[in-house]
Ligand binder design. Sequence first.
Ligand SMILES: [Zn+2]
Length: 244
Amino acid sequence: MTTFITQNFTCQHCNHNMYTYELGSYHVYDSEAYSDGYVDYDPPISFNSHILICSNCMLPLWRSELVDDEVDYNSTDSEREQSMDVYDLPLSKKLNFSNNIANYYLGIIKDGFADSIDKEILLRIEIWHLLNNNYRFGSPSVFSYILQGKFKIALRLFKEGNRNSEEDNLNKKLFTTNLKRLIEIYKPENDEEELFLAEMNRECGNFKRAKSILKKISNFEQNKSYRIIKKAIKLRKSRVIKLN
Ligand SMILES: [Zn+2]
């Protein structure tokens, strides 16, 4: 059964009163796990992100830092607006929304929104996952939209073709610089996290370093993810891999 807990809070930037849902429990019917730690759930979960967006000033807020408001349900104060998340922002309504959100996260890191290394790690893992979506689900082609009868989208994709290749190059650059910084600041505390660091290095093309990390945690050899990642390092493959 899926249950939600309502949380009332006030925006730290503009004092706007809002509410959000926190997940109590959740029934997952199916899931797909990937080597970069991303799990695609069915039904999808899009509301457990680390940040949410104020529906008034549109600025980001850390979910972990929300302070619960005491609400008097007899007053007008109880009529609150629901907060938004990054998927409600206009930049998320575009075809290339994964890349847009990744760039949005990069922007808020640069603005100092992540005021600790742990928070920067959370956002950089998100950026990594978002940019990997291009390989995870594959970018839909003009042809696939024509087949589905979605001619307007097909035409738009066709027109955007040139601009996209330029954007692709920028995103490839962001993918590498983001992962390099993540490798620099991520400090594993157990074997599972060491495996995660090995995967970062593999996807960055640092096969030697990835291999030496795996050696350190060879007691993990029976683990399925370990074996899949080890094989990919041997073949010098750097793309994200589906694990199940
Ligand atoms: Zn606000």
